[in-house]
Design a protein around this ligand. Structure first.
Ligand code: ATP
Ligand code: MG
Length: 470
């Protein structure tokens, strides 16, 4: 790929002063990205911005992925139009975000995110101007330890590229001439397969510890190496991960384990110490053995999940977490049972403790916890064939997930036999399709929805009249 050094001038009407920057520009003839590779909506939005006199770039992950020949997950755009100008320009625009003011363009099949060029962190501890769209300069606010608390400062395209996380994530596709602009050496790193922060890794990781998890995810997903100094810093600062907001860490955890390279992510998380920072109790447990057997199910579950994702399957958060943490939860439940607690209560206690243990770092939403409890309780129910009221069991909301868990976890011959039995039972007694609007994450062991009044006196069906396996 040929590249050359240019002086690239940008002129602003509404934003900071006229600026000239040195950058690498790859003309259209020398790179493989065509407009056809972008979504139609992204191209239309870019053109509308350009035709109204604004700079308009496709940025971030989509440029990286297109250059690697991968299909982008989504398309992000960057422009010098302010949020207010974007709102006027696009009827389907909604302004979102407290921390960053962004425009979401809503199309039927996708949402395109458009961000006004933002400046780099200044570190100035000044009050924030939240009058988004005023075109006025807002300041970055950091805490005493250097973590960014708020950042809403409009900037130039180069500043916007430089405040991004990694060099390979800072490439821009310019709709004005279809060129690629590289302000930070991203093309070279992309070519060499390197994940490298833009600027000092220690500063960038402390500013936003989630970047450590992102470095791991991109390295695993793209088959890249984390640059040596970056890796050393990441290991050294891994404990900072616990400083990020727990709901954000939960989202990032899902992205890591559902990336399709979850097992590779897991290895890097363990090796770097990030796993220990996020899941201290589970990590200590993983480092011990139970009756001389090491705990290998976590990694195995991820290998299986990766293979299924490659085959086009998807996983709900409840199923993912159950598959990953079941061995841990089963052992915790066994400990709870020593006090004479019933198996179901012991399992509920184990889940409640687990969620509590995790809450300071990774906050699992309640409905996901409910789903996990349902799937786990269902595994106990499977042990009885067919048991009481099997039809009500297999028609409960969330049953599909519960059954998938049995299928995916069947390792021992007994578990495999059990799975086979229920598979045949379901083939002989197919459950009716779920009623629309039913709560998909409801625990399968939850009380069935209350019947309406007119059904109150109806005689209950005896188990014998329910479907059975012949
Ligand atoms: P993918 O969407 O495939 O997971 P992505 O690189 O597009 O990967 P997004 O989370 O969609 O990731 O973010 C879009 C872009 O925003 C990134 O490419 C990066 O340039 C920037 N970005 C995202 N998160 C951060 C962060 N924590 N710090 C700095 N820049 C970030
Ligand atoms: Mg993206």
């Amino acid at each position: 790929m040929a590249s050359g050094r240019f002086l690239f001038p940008f002129v602003y009407d509404t934003l900071p002063a006229v600026t000239t920057y040195r950058s690498t520009i790859i003309p259209r003839a020398d790179h493989p990205i065509s407009r056809r590779n972008l979504s139609d909506n992204a191209v239309r939005a870019l053109y509308r911005l350009r035709d109204n006199g604004f700079l308009a770039f496709a940025v971030g992950g989509c440029v990286r992925d297109l250059l690697l020949g991968r299909e982008p997950k989504d398309f992000d755009l960057a422009t010098n139009a302010t949020p207010t100008q974007l709102k006027k320009l696009f009827r389907n625009c909604r302004l979102v975000g407290r921390r960053f003011r962004l425009a979401h363009l809503h199309y039927r099949e996708e949402i395109i995110e458009v961000a006004t060029f933002r400046s780099a962190a200044t570190g100035e501890d000044e009050p924030v101007d939240l009058t988004a769209g005023s075109g006025r300069v807002n300041r970055i606010v950091k805490d005493d330890g250097g973590m960014i608390l708020r950042d809403n400062l409009f900037g130039t395209p180069e500043e916007d590229a430089r405040r991004r996380d990694f060099t390979v994530n800072a490439l821009c596709y310019n709709i004005a001439d279809f060129s690629i602009i590289d302000y930070v050496g991203g093309l070279e790193d992309l070519d060499r397969g390197i994940i490298r922060t833009i600027g000092d890794p220690a500063v960038r990781f402390v500013e936003d510890p989630v970047r450590m998890l992102r470095a791991i995810r991109f390295a695993a997903l793209l088959g890249f190496e984390i640059e040596a100094e970056n890796w050393g810093t990441l290991v050294q600062l891994s404990h900072h991960c616990a400083n990020a907001a727990p709901p954000r860490l939960y989202e990032e955890m899902l992205k890591l384990f559902l990336s399709g390279e979850g097992e590779r992510c897991y290895q890097l998380l363990r090796r770097s110490g990030v796993f220990a920072a996020l899941f201290p109790a589970v990590n200590s447990w993983l480092e011990t053995e139970t009756e001389v057997f090491p705990h290998v199910r976590f990694g195995r579950a991820l290998e299986l999940i990766d293979a299924r994702i490659a085959a086009g399957e998807s996983f709900s958060p409840s199923l993912l977490l159950t598959l990953l943490f079941r061995e841990y939860l089963d052992e915790q439940a066994a400990t709870c049972r020593k006090g004479g607690v019933s198996p179901q209560d012991a399992l509920d206690m184990a889940v409640a403790r687990f969620v509590e243990e995790l809450a300071p770092t990774v906050l699992i939403p309640n409905k996901v916890v409910l789903g996990m409890r349902g799937i786990l309780a269902g595994q106990r129910r499977f042990a009885v064939t067919p048991g009481r009221r099997p039809l009500s069991f297999i028609t409960r909301p969330g049953f599909e997930e519960t059954f998938r868990c049995l299928q995916l976890m069947a390792e021992s011959p007994e578990e495999k036999t059990l799975h086979l039995w229920w598979e045949r039972y379901l083939a002989a007694n197919p459950p009716p399709p779920p009623v629309e609007g039913e709560n998909e994450t409801a625990s399968p062991d939850a009380e069935p929805p209350r019947r309406k009044r007119r059904n109150r006196h109806r005689r209950r069906r005896s188990p014998a009249t329910e479907g059975s396996l012949t």
